[in-house]
Design a protein around this ligand. Structure first.
Ligand code: BG6
Ligand code: MG
Length: 224
């Protein structure tokens, strides 16, 4: 059966911009002030999930007991460092191939949304000067359930008035890929295909992705 993509939904951190390294640096710094360390492997669990879930995971990883008030303070400290790290971000930090991909999709009138767990998404999109590309922005401020819950992507589809089956999600996090699949959407993993094994297809980044290539893969996929 011929299928057609009507909308693209982009995760932000690690898909549009390489801010994952700043999230990791801030969480690592926080863990170190608490007396332990975190590595890249543990960090895979932090990708895509909300700030509140991240702090729970960090505290549990360090075998610590913290009250909600203490966790809120720690999360606020992490965000303060994160905001320092991203203060200089601009369009030059948009990941390779992303800008021309967004331009081509816009020319073809494909609807586009951002579906991000980050409460900093509007600020970052504005700093990069790419807000105008998107018909909908659903971020950590407008959802109650963190990825792998599909809420963020279902809301983005609803805001664009497109059925989930006609949406394609770009994701770099395991939790995000699971969320996309639970939403009934086709999912393009950005990064390592072994880590993102649930994705329908994986690419290292937008430098090797084209709309034509995606349409080909999507229309020939019968199980996505
Ligand atoms: C996701 C990132 O996009 O946003 C996570 O992958 C991050 O690493 C989460 O924790 C929440 O971001 P923020 O900016 O609201 O703390
Ligand atoms: Mg991400």
């Amino acid at each position: 059966m011929e299928r057609k993509i009507e909308a693209y939904i982009f995760d932000m951190d690690g898909v549009l911009v390489s801010t994952e390294k700043y999230h990791f640096a801030s969480w690592k710094r926080l863990a170190e002030t608490l007396g332990f360390s975190i590595d890249e492997e543990f960090n895979e669990q932090l990708k895509g999930v909300s700030r509140a879930v991240c702090i729970d995971l960090i505290v549990a990883h360090g075998n610590l007991q913290k009250s909600q008030e203490e966790k809120d303070m720690l999360a606020a400290q992490k965000n303060e460092w994160f905001l320092e790290y991203i203060s200089e971000i601009s369009q030059k930090d948009v990941l390779q191939g992303v800008l021309s991909f967004l331009q081509s999709a816009k020319q073809k009138n494909i609807k586009m949304a951002v579906g991000s767990a980050s409460k900093n998404a509007p600020l970052l999109l504005q700093k990069m000067g790419i807000t105008h590309f998107f018909d909908a922005i659903v971020d950590g401020n407008s959802i109650t359930n963190a990825k792998p819950n599909p809420e963020v992507f279902l809301k983005a589809a609803q805001n664009m008035n497109v059925s989930p089956q006609k949406c394609l999600v770009f994701e770099d996090a395991q939790s995000g890929v699971t969320a996309a699949k639970r939403a009934g959407m086709f999912c393009v993993g950005i990064g390592n295909s072994e880590i993102l094994s649930e994705a329908d297809v994986c690419f290292p980044g937008f430098a090797t992705i084209s709309i034509e290539k995606l349409e080909d893969i999507f229309s020939n996929n019968t199980c996505g």
